[in-house]
Design a protein around this ligand. Sequence first.
Ligand SMILES: Cc1cc2nc3c(=O)[nH]c(=O)nc-3n(C[C@H](O)[C@H](O)[C@H](O)COP(=O)(O)OP(=O)(O)OC[C@H]3O[C@@H](n4cnc5c(N)ncnc54)[C@H](O)[C@@H]3O)c2cc1C
Length: 390
Amino acid sequence: MPAFSLDQEQITWCAELRALAAERLRPLAEKGGPGRVNRPLVAALGDLGLLARAVGAGAFDLCLLRESLARECTEAETALALQGLGTHPVAAFGTPAQRARWLPEATAGRAVAAFALSEPGAGSDAAALALDAVPDGRGGWRLHGEKQWISNAPEADFATVFARTTRGAGARGVTAFLVPAGRPGLGGEPLDMLAPHALGTLTFDGVPVGPEDLLGPPDGGFRVAMTTLNLFRPSVGAFAVGMAQAALDAALAHTAARPAFGGVLADLQAVSHRIAEMATRTEAARLLVYAAAAAYDAGDPEVPRRSAMAKLFATETAQYVVDSAVQLHGARALQRGHLLEHLYREVRAPRIYEGASEVQRAIVAKELYGRARTAESASSSAPHEEARAR
Ligand SMILES: Cc1cc2nc3c(=O)[nH]c(=O)nc-3n(C[C@H](O)[C@H](O)[C@H](O)COP(=O)(O)OP(=O)(O)OC[C@H]3O[C@@H](n4cnc5c(N)ncnc54)[C@H](O)[C@@H]3O)c2cc1C
């Protein structure tokens, strides 16, 4: 069996993406204000055709996009990913009118998207969400409540909003709505985060929505959310791999050049072995991410487990690799503006969003025990079948 590697076309595309990120996107990212949507950056991602690719591509292409951009410019990576996350429900579940109205604008980078699932009382336990959709008696609803930790909020031009249409029904009572900015009663505030991530709250004070705003059927919104997250989970891992690779590259260059004890840092076995460990874990994470993305594109039934493993391992690995790179750089890595100071702040959130590491472990374990139970009941029923046949 040949060693796994990307094909030549993919390798060339990734190199082009890294060059675009370094030369075209990073200068725009550097001009953006922390915690605010960087509209020139989103527009450039649109002009370069990358948003259209992110929204229309499969999981594997999305992972290559995110990994490549993350190696050179995390802000560009994040702007692309958030636009994809907010737009995917419209692409996958929107009506022809919704798709015609929003997809060209979103993929051109003229309209900024958001994906609004989390609430103050419902994060990991998303099925407990409480944003209330109260029937208005004319076939529509009024939304009351709050969303929190929503990327691109409150500046986004439209948001996929998950609301409770049936009380007491858990995941089965959630409906997805496409809510454009400017609806009466819609507000929100930006939140100041550790990394310069555009993020905030959305408040709903009787926001009107109608049947024409539905994404999927009433009470079918949890499927919209989970389908979107299953696609994006491996690509969060790809973002993490891109950051890990950037940190590893920096640590390799630094330790090979930094004079110490009559040689360079790399001459110390403790240092070179740490570099080897960082590289090995990064490569293992990359392969898990690629395997999960390929499984998604092939329609493999094991996608939830594979996606969870990829996201879990890649984000935890990136934390280890970035922290190790900081250690190997010493004090300079902690100076404001250093690449590793930036990555150290950026690497933390992916272990929490789109399912915290503990939630990913729960998904993996559930599938493993489910499979074991199925195998056990199949083997215990086999002798009865045999006896009946005799
Ligand atoms: C930078 C950033 C961007 C985000 N963007 C968005 C967005 O665009 N849209 C959106 O809807 N949300 C977004 N979020 C919110 C994110 O999805 C939630 O933070 C996440 O789901 C966790 O919810 P929580 O913060 O309320 O933590 P909680 O649910 O309160 O969990 C806290 C901790 O409890 C533990 N825990 C939780 N559940 C379990 C479990 N089952 N087993 C074991 N331990 C557990 C974990 O350690 C977890 O980290 C974003 C968050 C961040 C940080």
